[in-house]
Every structure is written in structure tokens, then in C-alpha cells.
Ligand binder design. Structure first.
Ligand code: XMP
Length: 522
């Protein structure tokens, strides 16, 4: 745990492997409560003592408490004297450990929408609930609680879950059979808010406060040394750079490598913003010849990624090596990158695509790391960016992959194709902005296809490239749905691309979701 977290009240989320545990943390952060997720195996008595939570949430999970060796929190968690909320599996394990009973779900398993009605007893936990009748909740359980532990009373019931919401008011232990953290439980955030309020959280985890504290910590960590920060043009590295610059001023130098695979105007924008607007010392290295040269004739996606990843490290190292006295490397690592996950399968997960970053650099160069965003979720990084005065257009930017346009140009990469792709992509994004759709879409881009097709323009025959538009909604890029543009929008966009972009005579729209597709084409 970092010093910044130490100075705030902390909510501990014990993870039993639910797919949606991260959402509990995100909801808590939205309520300005500092929280951390830790896998149940890590939560020992000593850990609890050191972490000193103000409240605890036991997450859901795929196991059954009726199986031998099923995961449990340490008994000490119930001796802390702090409020506890058990969610789904968390409820069941809590009942089992405190003297209630859990049974296998023969015909009582529930997946999906259910409605909870109030029971006779009431509690602050459900303040704001039932104002318009029963509340919609999201259930996902096989087993169910068949008898509640001594001291508990019932606050809410559903047709298949008589103990949908229960609590022991004396000990302030609560448990719900459904998932309050998901959007399908519309008043779930209110329940979590009630829980954090009754636990006494001050709601002091704001990005305004974080900014001040992070600046203090960076000064402490870095002392009078110099820091190097690799800028990608994305939100994370930009926010990290501006924050560090506020902390140590001229002792930060940013390095921005143009690998020749950026979008239209992107390199110029980054340089203008950091060097001219923020006055941050910036080395902008145009290495496009080097990268494109090495990529010549390469069409395998993983080979492209490897070449780009390796070259990037070499080039970055070369420029960073010229910065005298640098002892620290800044990285825009976020909290989701460092949360340890609970894996029940035990097997290694399959590598679908090797996503490159600058991993390995710090050891190779003998540098220490500064990671000022390590405690934050993406939404919080954006909020911090707004605090720091970064332009809205920058903060709300769609993510852009490290290998850039290389993976949007299936097959061989040529300068000609890249030029065409840049133009088509710029028209597509312009269309999205003009129609006010940019913020609704998680990521949008054009891929130029490795195929030429016949068309007709005016009186002549054309033989040019086909392209595919891709636009998806997503929460974290792990799953995604294609965006439902109107036919008018698609027709207008296709016409504009064909009229404005020489080299393209056919436009298609990719309507594959992820899974089974991936977001990028390579
Ligand atoms: P996929 O295509 O795997 O993409 O569904 C999910 C998200 O990851 C981005 N992406 C990458 N980012 N290096 C990166 O830094 C990569 O090699 C890479 N490949 C995909 C993609 O843009 C999307 O946001």
C-alpha cells in the first residue's frame, strides 16, 4: 500500500474470483472511497492488521461453499469490529462461517434479472430503495442461503431468494444474494453508498486531493534527480507527464518516438501540446524511416509487433541515454494492471495478441520507476487530467495501440497504404465527431484491407483498395459490441471517404463483436 492510500480511510475488497469484482472497486471509487482488491489467499491476519480497513466487502465468486477446501476469508475478518458486506458467494461464505446454512440450488438457481421486495425489518443499508415498488437486481447464483446466522434479520426478499438482503444491525454485517455493483442493479450504487456511509467513510478520495498528495509523494521519491517519461500521446502517459512536471518542473524530460505509424497530425499535436503549451522539455524523435524500413515485407501480425516492440526499446534507450543524470523512468501503469487476480483454472491464459509496452526497460537501463497512476482506474486518470487542465479533446481520446497503424494495415505495410489509411481514418473520425458520437464510442478507426477491388467513378473504371470501418462500445476492451450506426451515417461516411480519399473505392462496416472477433484487425 502506498503512502497516499495510508492517509485515507480504506475499504478492503476480498476477491473470491467473481468476473465483476473490479466493478465493486470502481463503484466505491465513484463514491470517493479509497479501496483495494486483494485475492482471498493473500488476506491473512497479519495483512488485515497492516491494512486496517474501515470496512470490508466479500466479493462474489464461482466456487461453492459446499465443496471441500472452498475459499474463505480468515475468521479474524469478523473480529475486526468493522462493517462487512457479503455479495453473492460473499453472502454464502459469511453465513456458513457465522452459523447459518447454505444449500445447493436444486431448482432455485437464478441467473439474470429478479425483483427484490421489502421485508418487515428495515435498515439504513436500503435507504432510498423501494420508493417505487420492488427493485430490479441482478442475480447470478447456484447455491443459496437456507438459514441465516444468529443475529441476522431479513430486509429484502425475491421470489427465489428469501434472504436477498440480510443484516445484523448490532455488528453491522450485511449480505446480499445479488450483485449491487453491476449496472443491471439500477439502485445498487445507492446500496453501496449507504454501506460506505454507515461505515463512516468521509468520501475524501477525490482527484483534487490526489493531485496534491501525488505531487508531494513524487517530490519525496525523486528528490533532486531527473525523470524520463515516454510519451505515447495517450491519456495515461500524458497525465503522468503533466503531474510529474507539476511536481519537479524542468527535471522531467519527455521522449516521444514517432514510429511512422501514427494517425494524421498526431505527432504535431503531441509536440505542440507538451513543448509549446506546457513547456515540458521534450525530445521528439522522428524514427519513421527506421521503423518502416524494418517492417518492409513483413505481414505476420505478431512479427510486426515484435519488431516494433524491440525497436521501440532500442530507440527509447538511445534518446533516454542522452539525458544526463536521469535516474527515474515514469510509467503510466494503472490500478487494473496491478490487481492480482484469482484464478481457479490454474492454467496459463492463452496469449491472443502480445501487447507491447516498454517493459524491461527500467532494469536494462538501471532506472527506478515512478508510477504516479498506480492506484487509479482509467476514469480517475481522466478526472485527474481534468484537474490538471488537460484539454477535453485529449482526455476523452479513444485508446490507440502501441504498434499504431501497423495492425490496422493487414498484410504488408507500405507508405502508400499508410497515407491512404491516415486520410480515411481522419474522415471517419471527423464524421463521428460531427454527429456527436465520439464520446459514446469506445474506439473507432479504419483498417485498410490488403485487397483491391473494381469500382466505377464518373465514366471510368477504378481499381483501388477496400477499407473497413470499425467502431465499438466497451468498458475495458476485453469484450466489445459493434456500434449501431444508422444507415444514413454509414452511407454518408462511405461517400465522403470515396470522394475525399484517393486510393479507396469500397467501404465496408465491420459488425463483429468481441468475442468472437478482436477489436483490431490484427
Ligand atoms: P484487441 O484487438 O485485442 O484490442 O481486441 C483490445 C485493445 O487493445 C488494443 N491493442 C493493443 N494495444 N499494443 C497495445 O498497446 C498492442 O499490440 C495492441 N493490440 C491491441 C486495441 O487497440 C484495443 O484498445
Amino acid at each position: 500500500m502506498k503512502d497516499i492510500a495510508r492517509s485515507h480511510d480504506r475499504l478492503l475488497i476480498i476477491d473470491f474470483g467473481s468476473q465483476v469484482t473490479q466493478l465493486i472497486a470502481r463503484r466505491a471509487r465513484e463514491l470517493n472511497v479509497y479501496c483495494e482488491i486483494h485475492p482471498y489467499q493473500k488476506v491473512t491476519d497479519a495483512f488485515l492488521h497492516d491494512f486496517a480497513p474501515k470496512a470490508v466487502i466479500l466479493s462474489g465468486g464461482p466456487a461453492s461453499v459446499l465443496d471441500e477446501g472452498s475459499p474463505r476469508p480468515p475468521a479474524a475478518v469478523f473480529e475486526l469490529g468493522v462493517p462487512i458486506l457479503g455479495i453473492c458467494y460473499g453472502q454464502q461464505v459469511m453465513m456458513q462461517m457465522l452459523g447459518g446454512r447454505v444449500e445447493r440450488g436444486h431448482g432455485t438457481a437464478e441467473f439474470g434479472r429478479a425483483f427484490v421486495s421489502p421485508a418487515r425489518a428495515k435498515d439504513r443499508l436500503l435507504e432510498g430503495w423501494f420508493e417505487n415498488g420492488p427493485e430490479q437486481v441482478w442475480m447470478s447464483h447456484g447455491d443459496h442461503v437456507s438459514a441465516i446466522a444468529p443475529g441476522f434479520e431479513v430486509y429484502g426478499t425475491s421470489p427465489n431468494a428469501p434472504f436477498a438482503v440480510i443484516g445484523d444491525p448490532a455488528r453491522r454485517f450485511f449480505a446480499v444474494q445479488f450483485h449491487p455493483e453491476v449496472h443491471h442493479t439500477p439502485r445498487g450504487t445507492r446500496l453501496l453508498q449507504n454501506f460506505t456511509r454507515l461505515a463512516g467513510f468521509a468520501g475524501d478520495w477525490t482527484m483534487g486531493a490526489y493531485r496534491e498528495e501525488a505531487i508531494r509523494r513524487i517530490r519525496q521519491e525523486v528528490g533532486d534527480k531527473r525523470v524520463i517519461c515516454g510519451l505515447s500521446g495517450g491519456v495515461d502517459s500524458s497525465v503522468a507527464a503533466v503531474l510529474i512536471h507539476e511536481a519537479i518542473g524542468e527535471r522531467l524530460t519527455c521522449v516521444f518516438v514517432d514510429h511512422g505509424l501514427l494517425r494524421q497530425g498526431e505527432a504535431e499535436e503531441v509536440v505542440a501540446m507538451f513543448r509549446d503549451h506546457y513547456n515540458i522539455p521534450l525530445i521528439a524523435a522522428d524514427e519513421s524511416e527506421l521503423f518502416l524500413g524494418k517492417l518492409e515485407g513483413v505481414s505476420d501480425p505478431e512479427t510486426k509487433r515484435k519488431i516494433i516492440g524491440r525497436l521501440f526499446i532500442d530507440v527509447f534507450q538511445k534518446y533516454a541515454g542522452e539525458i544526463e543524470g536521469a535516474e527515474f523512468l515514469a510509467q503510466g501503469t494503472l490500478y487494473p494492471d496491478v490487481i492480482e487476480s484469482v484464478s481457479f483454472s490454474g492454467g496459463p491464459s492463452v496469449t491472443i495478441k502480445s501487447h507491447h509496452n516498454v517493459g524491461g526497460l527500467p532494469e536494462k537501463m538501471g532506472l527506478n520507476l515512478v508510477e504516479p497512476l498506480r492506484e487509479l482506474f482509467k476514469d480517475e486518470v481522466r478526472a485527474l487530467g481534468r484537474e490538471l487542465g488537460l484539454p477535453k479533446s485529449f482526455i476523452g481520446r479513444h485508446p490507440f495501440p502501441g504498434p499504431g497503424l501497423a495492425i490496422r494495415c493487414p498484410g504488408e505495410i507500405t507508405r502508400e497504404k499508410l497515407e491512404i489509411l491516415r486520410k480515411a481514418d481522419a474522415v471517419f473520425i471527423d464524421q463521428i465527431r460531427r454527429h456527436g458520437l465520439y464520446d459514446e464510442i469506445w474506439q473507432a478507426f479504419v483498417a485498410i484491407l490488403p485487397v483491391k477491388t473494381v469500382g466505377v467513378m464518373g465514366d471510368g473504371r477504378t481499381y483501388d483498395y477496400a477499407c473497413a470501418l470499425r467502431a465499438v462500445t466497451s468498458v475495458d476492451g476485453m469484450t466489445a459490441d459493434y456500434y449501431p450506426f444508422t444507415h444514413e451515417f454509414l452511407g454518408e461516411t462511405a461517400t465522403r471517404i470515396i470522394n475525399e480519399v484517393p486510393g479507396i473505392n469500397r467501404v465496408t462496416y465491420d459488425i463483429t463483436s468481441k468475442p468472437p472477433g478482436t477489436i483490431e484487425w490484427e
